[in-house]
Design a protein around this ligand. Structure first.
Ligand SMILES: CC(C)(COP(=O)(O)OP(=O)(O)OC[C@H]1O[C@@H](n2cnc3c(N)ncnc32)[C@H](O)[C@@H]1OP(=O)(O)O)[C@@H](O)C(=O)NCCC(=O)NCCSC(=O)C[C@H](O)C(=O)O
Ligand SMILES: [Mg+2]
Length: 281
């Protein structure tokens, strides 16, 4: 069995007023682009950013990339007006703290909705937010705002953020939503980026939000199923089919017991690997 699955290993933010970066992104291997109208754009450049994004999206050339518009800051009504004219795959709402925000936005646009969880209230109400609308596609962690609001430090192991990240993930998964990890601050620390990507995978995130092209390859590699995992998933499915053919409800590979739930996860992993391979081709 193969299920439809969309790789979201790498989501690259691009400030909406940076025409050169929007152009460069056409040749990048990220799974998604977040056109930013919030924190990365100064209030005086918001108009320019809207125009630049509109031209870039109309010109196209982003291939299979999922295109998402982050609205926000001042003049948010104009951001929604723009979103409704664009051929994009979703809008991202910053600093969501209550389900009513999602419900109100669902009435304003037909695009799938993503929410940034990046405040203490957003984390505490993540489950209510996740269940607010069937138009919700996923959560993106805003670890910078979160650290600021918590008065936490950015430590290499991210211990101060783990409770918030886990609560956000629990809520996302409870409602079948995607979950994307926050950005890595130090652009030159690629070893550190690799470590936090591994941590994000272990926590259960689907991918990582990024601010620079130099981090795409690392995120793509980390959030893709690893060769050993693919091999094991195939072995699991084969062992399971053999067991089922004998009327059994449990199988064994090596020292490990295999039940339906393990096969479900192996099947998801294989579908993700296939989707990534299709994209690379
Ligand atoms: C961080 C940057 C300001 C660094 O810019 P710069 O020093 O100019 O980068 P480089 O000279 O190394 O750039 C090399 C080339 O790569 C292109 N580039 C750079 N960044 C991007 C990008 N994000 N997307 C596409 N292309 C990019 C440059 O144009 C150069 O190209 P070329 O001309 O061919 O050499 C900059 O990277 C940047 O602006 N990044 C995005 C910042 C951003 O969007 N921030 C907001 C989102 S993060 C956030 O808000 C988190 C969240 O809300 C939270 O709370 O945690
Ligand atoms: Mg933020």
């Amino acid at each position: 069995m193969t299920t439809t699955i969309r790789p979201r290993r790498s989501m690259l933010y691009i400030p909406g007023d940076k025409a050169r970066a929007l152009e460069k992104a056409r040749g990048l291997a990220c799974d998604a682009i977040i056109f930013d109208l919030e924190d990365a754009v100064s209030p005086e450049n918001k108009g320019l950013a809207r125009e630049t994004i509109a031209q870039a999206v109309a010109a196209g050339g982003y291939g299979e990339c999922e295109l998402i518009l982050r609205v926000g800051g001042d003049a948010v009504a104009e951001d929604f007006a723009l979103a409704n004219t664009l051929a994009i795959h979703g809008i991202l709402l910053p600093k969501v703290e209550r389900p009513e925000t999602v419900i109100a936005v669902a009435a304003k646009t037909n695009h799938p909705i993503w929410c940034m969880i990046e405040t203490p209230m957003g984390v505490l109400r993540a489950a209510e937010i996740a269940g607010a609308s069937d138009r919700l596609a996923g959560f993106v962690a805003g670890t910078n705002d979160l650290a600021k609001e918590l008065r936490a430090r950015h430590t290499p192991d991210r211990t101060p953020l783990l409770t918030s990240l886990s609560l956000m993930l629990l809520a996302a998964r409870a409602y079948g939503l995607a979950a994307i990890d926050g950005v890595h601050l130090d652009l030159d620390d690629l070893a550190g980026l690799e470590d936090v990507c591994r941590q994000g995978v272990a926590l259960g995130f689907d991918g990582k939000s990024l601010v620079h092209p130099n981090s795409i390859e690392i995120a793509n590699r980390a959030f893709a199923p690893q060769p050993a995992e693919i091999e094991r998933a195939r072995a699991m499915v084969a062992a399971w089919e053999e067991a089922r053919a004998q009327g059994l409800g449990v199988a064994r590979i090596g020292g490990a017991m295999v039940e339906q739930l393990h096969v479900d996860e192996a099947t998801r992993l294989l579908a993700l690997a296939e989707a990534i391979a299709r994209r690379a081709a």
